[in-house]
Design a protein around this ligand. Structure first.
Ligand code: AHG
Ligand code: MN
Ligand code: MN
Length: 334
């Protein structure tokens, strides 16, 4: 039996019939991102070899500057998208300011924010890492994009997704009509639909947090994690602890299995560590489209009014009922 070979463009054109706003523009933009993902995947998968073959250090055999993988990934995403005429501006975790589209290329009607390589501290240990992206419509006047196009609330996103470079490379994204997962088949060079209409269980049995920071947490956070560890058959407790240390990998596992990920504010990081615009908002859009919820502990992440492209936010994200329960503890209502 020949499997249904649904590529990204076929999936979007089939979705387009049901949802007219999922225009061909998205298909082209997501395919550009998929191309960047294929190239990054190839580099990530041989990163260990680079070290073994001694190409590390400042220059490689061609005398080129060997870039750290996140700088490399940053450049790949930019180069895959800068000439397409679909974007008016970009912003990246790796660059202080917004990234204008070069004058020689046409400007488009979308803004892209991205974390080119998430979890990069894990590369040498061969642990899954990822790329996260968020897409908004251009709202500023004039031809080229501006900072205001990048500083929109998460609810204004028109598309968001991530790539996870793991045992297989997967692209998971939403255009506001549910969440779809595509698995890369290097033998044909295509991302093929493998997870149609992903839904996250309303409640899970996994919690994901760096417990090394326990002493820095406030009372509500300490009480919540203690609560998850107490036995209670009714509410499937104790939960299992799983923490990979790559947000994309921890998020992806919870999306498929159910569960909650927490990176709360603490004494050292009063705004948390994760970034609103290219980590919390895109994953918040995806999780809500899958039936889950994302909060900063006090309110819905997607409602946060951004002031800076690199601003941080506490992030509590995953199964709807788990995140709502965590909010009760974090707001000292339990
Ligand atoms: P990035 O590599 O893009 O800077 O992101 C790293 C983040 C995220 O991937 C992960 O959840 C978190 O850092 C882990 O932080 P701790 O090591 O403090 O737990
Ligand atoms: Mn990151
Ligand atoms: Mn990063």
């Amino acid at each position: 039996m020949v499997p249904k070979l649904v590529t990204i463009e076929r999936h979007i054109s089939e979705t387009q019939r049901k949802f007219p706003q999922a225009t061909g523009e998205f298909s082209a933009l997501l395919n550009d991102i998929a191309l960047a993902a294929k190239i990054i995947s190839r580099e990530v998968n041989k990163a260990g070899l680079v070290d073994v073959l001694g190409f590390t250090g400042e220059t490689n055999v061609h005398g080129e500057q060997v870039q750290k993988l996140d700088e490399y990934a940053d450049a790949i995403v930019f180069k895959a998208l800068d000439h397409t005429g679909r974007l008016c501006v970009m912003a990246s975790e790796e660059r202080e300011d917004i990234i204008p589209i070069p004058e020689k290329f046409p400007s488009g009607k979308y803004a892209l924010l991205y974390d080119p390589l998430d979890g990069s501290s894990n590369i040498d240990a061969n642990v899954s890492i990822g790329t996260i992206f968020s897409i908004y419509r251009k709202i500023s006047g004039g031809e080229r994009g501006l900072l205001e196009d990048c500083l929109q609330k998460g609810v204004e996103q028109v598309a968001a997704g991530y790539v996870i470079y793991g045992s297989s490379t997967m692209l998971v994204f939403t255009t506001g009509n549910g969440v779809s997962g595509f698995t890369y088949d290097p033998s044909v060079g295509e991302f093929l639909l493998s997870h149609e209409n992903i839904k996250i269980p309303k409640r899970g049995k996994i919690y994901s947090v760096n417990e090394g920071y326990y002493d820095r947490w406030d009372e509500g956070m300490k009480k919540y994690i203690t609560h998850l560890k107490q036995s209670d058959k009714e509410t499937n407790r104790p939960y299992s602890a799983r923490y990979i240390g790559s947000l994309v990998a921890d998020f992806h596992r919870n999306l498929l299995y159910g569960g909650i990920f927490l990176y709360p504010a603490d004494e050292k990081n009063p705004k948390g560590k994760l970034r609103l615009m290219y980590e919390a908002n895109p994953l918040g859009f995806i999780v809500e489209q899958a039936g889950g919820y994302a909060s900063d502990g006090q309110r819905r992440v997607l409602e946060i009014e951004p002031e800076d492209i690199h601003q941080r936010t506490p992030l509590i994200i995953g199964s709807h009922d788990d995140v709502k329960e965590a909010e009760e503890f974090l707001q000292n209502k339990r």
